[in-house]
Design a protein around this ligand. Structure first.
Ligand SMILES: Cc1cc2nc3c(=O)[nH]c(=O)nc-3n(C[C@H](O)[C@H](O)[C@H](O)COP(=O)(O)OP(=O)(O)OC[C@H]3O[C@@H](n4cnc5c(N)ncnc54)[C@H](O)[C@@H]3O)c2cc1C
Length: 399
């Protein structure tokens, strides 16, 4: 049977476009089915950690609106302090331009795209997969589900287990131009206001991205928190261009990331950092890993796509599980960690290195050396406290 492509990719976000780019560069025929018309708006802070830039195999520097050298921290809008780094820790972009650029790179490499094609369902046969969209069906040997947080591909392939729902609200805000200029290299971060979540301000060149996020179980408290954040910031002459919420799926256990001829990547796979909500790095990295496994399978180098599940679990899930442990620790003693980052240069440098991808969350327990058993106990204890605090907050909210 002739197919429409060797690999169909659902979704042209960072996971889909990077997978498409990697496959097309290796000479594989790729069809991307994307439900929107690009460029499209995506609810996202679009803070790009340095490690994302290292992972993307082409230059994206023209898309970086701002370079972040400083972070202003507050804990529940108190105890404010600023920490800086001579090296940029983070970059901010606009997702409409960023995603459009990544998609164009995939197309230049030889991938094809159909816009307005919403994938509804995938069905597997012995030798190929049929992808149903609202306007017709397509067939391929393999399918990558990169269709985001509410992935239809992951649902049809039975790959949605072990995912906790998170939620974030984000607004693009025009403020007093003098304030926008003054904070063009600075991120504001309020943590410790509610368990498992935080509020942020990212400078985006001519405006700010302001948002709050955390576990979906606390969603009813997010708008009041967002209002508090705005009042606290006093940004002057505010015009809100958009204010929207969007799910953040968080995978909490090692799991299968493929089923037969179907793989899932990025948000579709629940690959977001439970501590920070960062997802673009994991989308890019899992898209690249998915492409490598598909290529190896199509070249008959491997008998199945198992290598994908193995690499995502070993490399990405291990990191996300460590992030989850650190999140529980933070929820247990938020003010202590806030002060530790303020007062301890080693702690601050470790924080910067993790953002830059020079160190990983896994290095935190390793730093305990022969006292690693203490780390294990602290993790067990803090999970209990953190879960309790989350449940209590969901009932009581802000006092
Ligand atoms: C408020 C908020 C702030 C965030 N801030 C940051 C941040 O600062 N830094 C960071 O790293 N991460 C951030 N994230 C997370 C980040 O946005 C995601 O992790 C990232 O976009 C995942 O990329 P993706 O390619 O997997 O999915 P997406 O970027 O969601 O792309 C999925 C694509 O699939 C398309 N699609 C969806 N359904 C279908 C379908 N059925 N058929 C065809 N196409 C479909 C969509 O139109 C979209 O183009 C934030 C998330 C939220 C909600």
């Amino acid at each position: 049977m002739t197919t429409d492509a060797d690999v169909i990719i659902a979704g042209a976000g960072p996971a889909g476009s990077l997978a498409g780019y990697e496959l097309a560069t290796r000479g594989v025929s790729v069809l991307i089915l994307e439900k929107s018309s690009f460029p499209r708006y995506k609810v996202c802070g679009a803070g790009l950690t340095y490690k994302i830039l290292r992972e993307i195999p082409f230059d994206v520097s023209s898309l970086l609106e701002t370079k972040i050298h400083s972070i202003v921290f507050s804990s529940g809008f108190r105890d404010c302090f600023t920490r800086s780094s001579p090296e940029p820790m983070l970059f901010c972009a606009n997702r409409d331009k960023f995603d459009d650029f990544l998609l164009h790179k995939a197309l230049e490499a030889g991938a094809r795209v159909i816009h307005g094609a919403k994938v509804m369902d995938v069905k597997q046969d012995k030798d190929f997969v049929t992808v149903a969209t609202r306007d017709g069906s397509f067939t391929s040997k393999l399918v990558i589900g990169a269709d985001g947080a509410s992935s239809a591909v992951a649902r049809s392939a039975g790959l949605r287990d072990n995912i906790l729902p998170g939620l974030a609200w984000e607004a693009e805000i025009m403020a007093d131009p003098a304030i926008v200029r003054a904070f063009s290299q600075t991120v504001f971060l309020d943590w410790g206001s509610f368990p498992g979540g935080y509020g942020w301000v990212f400078p985006k060149g001519d405006h700010f991205s302001i948002g709050v996020g955390g576990p979906a179980s606390l969603s009813k408290w997010m708008m009041p928190y967002y209002q508090k954040l705005l009042e606290y910031l006093e940004l002057g002459a505010i015009e809100t261009i958009s204010l929207k919420s969007w799910p953040i799926p968080v995978r909490i256990k090692k799991s299968p990331f493929h089923n037969g001829r179907v793989l899932v990547a990025g948000d579709a796979a629940g690959l977001t950092d439970p501590l920070t909500g960062e997802g673009i790095y994991y989308a890019v990295r899992s898209g690249i890993l998915a492409a490598k496994s598909c290529h190896a399978y199509l070249c008959a180098e491997t008998p199945s796509l198992e290598s994908y599940t193995t690499s995502v679990n070993e490399e990405l899930m291990q990191e996300l599980l460590d992030a989850n442990r650190i999140k529980h620790l933070f929820n247990t003693v938020p003010l202590k960690i806030h002060h530790f980052v303020r007062d301890n240069d080693r702690a601050w440098k470790a924080f910067v290195r993790i953002l830059r991808g020079e160190r990983w969350y896994a290095d935190v327990p390793a730093g305990f050396g022969k006292w690693k058993v203490l780390w294990g106990l602290a993790c067990l204890f803090s999970k209990v406290v953190s879960d309790y605090k989350e449940r209590r907050f969901s009932k009581q909210g802000f006092k």
